[in-house]
Structures are given as C-alpha cells and as structure tokens.
Write a protein that binds this ligand. Sequence first.
Ligand code: NAD
Ligand code: DAU
Length: 364
Amino acid sequence: MTAPGPGAHLLVSGGAGFIGSCFVRDVMGRRDGTRITVLDKLTYAGNRVNLGEVEADPEMAARFAFVQGDIADPSAVAPLAAAADAIVNFAAESHVDRSILEPAAFLRTGVDGVHVLLEALRAETERAGRGERSLAPRLLQVSTDEVYGSVDEGRSVEADPLAPRSPYAAAKAAGELLVRAYRVTYGLDAVTTRGSNTYGPYHHPEKLIPLFVTNALDDLPLPLYGDGLQRRDWLHVSDHAGAIAHVLAHGVAGEVYNVPGSAELTNREVVERLLALLGKPWSLVRTVADRPGHDRRYAMDGAHLGALGWVNRVGFDEGLASTVTWYREHESWWRAARRGDWDAYYARQYAERLATSSAADANP
Ligand code: NAD
Ligand code: DAU
C-alpha cells in the first residue's frame, strides 16, 4: 500500500463540481506528470466549464480525460478503477435543502455509489494480490463535518460518534461507514476527510454565500433562515482541495482526517461582510422560515491533520473578497448555473418562505 505520488493516474469522481474541479485544476497545475480521469454524471451541479482551464491547456489536456457517467454504475466504474492508482471520490448530491425536499438521489450516490466504488477497489486489491497489477489503488472518500451533527460546544474529534441530522448528512455518514467496513473487512487502502463549510469560485449559487452574493448583485431578497445565528467554520476551496491532496499523499490508511476552516462565524456575520464588499444594504435581508432540523453549529479540531503537516493558507476576509470579485467577473457562469431546474427549485424552496418573510433586524 503506497500513497500515490507525482506521475500517478488519479480517478476523480465528481470532478466537475465545486471542490472536485478545484482539486483537478490545482493538481494538474503542479505539472508534475500526474494524470487525471474525471468521472462525473454532470448533474445540475456538475459543469464541464469548471474544467475548461485544464482542457484548454495542451500540456494539461494531454494528461487529462473526462468520462460522463455515474459512480453507481459498476460498468462505468470498473474499467476506470482498473487503470487508476488512486480514486478520489467527490461525487455526491451536496445540498442539504434539496436533501430535505427529495432524499432519494442522496442515497443513490452517497450509499449505492460509494458501494460500487468500494467493490471496484476490492476487485483491484485482489488483482494486486494475485500479481495482476503492481499495487492496489488507494481510495480517498471526501466526507463532511455534518456527519457529527450539530455541535453546541467544543470541537469534534475524529473518534466522536456520528450523529447526522439531515438526509444529506446521513447519506454521507453511511458512505464513510461503508469505507470503514471495507477497510476493516477486506484490508483496502482507504482514507477519509471530513471537510468544513467550503466557499470560493465555481460554488453553485444554491449555497449560502454564492446565493446571497448573486441575489444581492441583482438586488433580490436574501432569505436568511431563522435567527441567522447558526455558526459555520469557513474553509476556502483551495485549502479544502489542498488538504485532500495532502491526505491522499501522506494520510495513513484507515484514518479519518478533519479539515477545519479558518473562521467560525454566524451566518449574520458572513452576510454583513459580503454586503459590505458588494456595497449593498442590509435591507435586502429577509428573515424566513428556518430549515427543518437546522444544525446550529459545526466546529472541528484539526490536530490530526495538522500533525500530518497541513496548514490552511487563505484567511476568510481575503478569501471572501476574492470570491465576491470572482462572482462579479463571472456573471455568465452563475447565470448559466441558474438555468435548468433552477426556477422550479427556487420557487419550491423560497416562494412560500419569502411570501411570509419579515425584514431582518440588523441588530437582534
Ligand atoms: P457539488 O455539488 O458542487 O459537486 C458534486 C459533483 O458530483 C458534481 O459535479 C456532480 O455532477 C457529481 N455527481 C453527483 N452525483 C454523481 C454520481 N452519481 N456519479 C458521478 N458524479 C456525480 O459538490 P461540492 O460542494 O463540490 O462537494 C464535493 C464533495 O465534498 C461532496 O462529497 C460533499 O459531500 C463534500 N463536502 C462539501 C463541502 C462544501 O461545503 N461544499 C464541505 C465538506 C464536504
Ligand atoms: O459543513 C459542510 C457542509 O457545508 C457540506 O457538507 C455541504 O455539502 C454544504 O452544502 C454545506 O452545508 P450547509 O448546510 O452548512 O451550507 P449552506 O450553504 O446550504 O448553508 C450555510 C448556512 O446558511 C446554514 O446555516 C443555512 C444557512 N442558509 C442557507 C441558505 C441556502 C440560509 O440562511 N439561507 C439560505 O438560503
């Protein structure tokens, strides 16, 4: 079992999404000979444009391949796993609100899909055991702090019990428990990361920061759930992708690594900062009905990852400012992401909430 280094061939599932595409752009940008095949279903959240920088660069494009397909489809996964030194699995349905409206797709990708990846990994590990390939591949499963549930005080450590509270979080917890079981039972080389709330360029406009930035640019109302005092620890996407690459290269098989952010803030504090950057008034903010089962706070201890030698590089104020600038400069990207099912989703999620909303008190 050897962690993949420069020149390895990585299978990156979900690599056309927000964090996966950042990982692909950053790893390919190292120009160290690493080859990447992306397997992505291109759901509403996946966008091949996110990989345009890689596909347009002849040197990177020569080391890159894109396959449209589903991680829950064994016939798509098996041949790609056979050619890979490692699999990095970003693929998931990732939006908590959508998981509350319609959980089924979350289970299909988060549970059945992870199971298919693990069966492929198991087959490749057996092939390595028979000498049919030199080394067994490693799997890095990208998970989330949401598996710990709401953490009112203190910071979650990796050994804490899992207590997910949304269908999204439950699917992610189930996926990582399958990874753990396959590691223990079949001796697979697998590591898991639990990342914090991530923000940055190419973030789908359904999530808090890009939704509020893009709505504010259009002077549309900003629907703040409940009292807006929920707390999140914000992690820049380049730090999340960098931490995943670091764990892929240096993580110990069977281990789980928290990836905390750089700034624990209430949602109100985040909204105040982004409105200041945009020069837009607080009067855009509307208090709307809360998310059912809304987790009050996430906070993780990062000592285990720190001991592996990883430190975040991007502070929140700097990261938020550059993110707001990115959305200002990439209007065509976020307007395109608001096509397809966007209007139907937005109406289902927000029409009733906004109709019964009230002006948000600036100083509650
Ligand atoms: P995203 O929704 O932007 O991207 C998900 C990608 O997976 C998309 O490209 C989509 O097309 C693809 N996909 C979905 N189902 C698929 C399937 N069955 N087969 C193949 N591809 C499929 O999500 P993201 O925010 O980039 O999150 C990536 C991963 O990181 C997810 O596993 C998520 O749970 C985890 N995570 C996200 C955050 C965050 O704040 N965004 C934090 C911690 C962990
Ligand atoms: O913590 C990691 C998780 O972070 C990831 O695993 C998820 O994939 C990712 O979506 C994110 O989950 P959250 O639910 O924390 O992110 P979201 O951007 O949906 O919401 C952030 C906070 O903002 C949360 O307290 C809910 C609130 N919110 C969100 C939206 C979309 C609002 O008040 N109004 C909104 O319209």
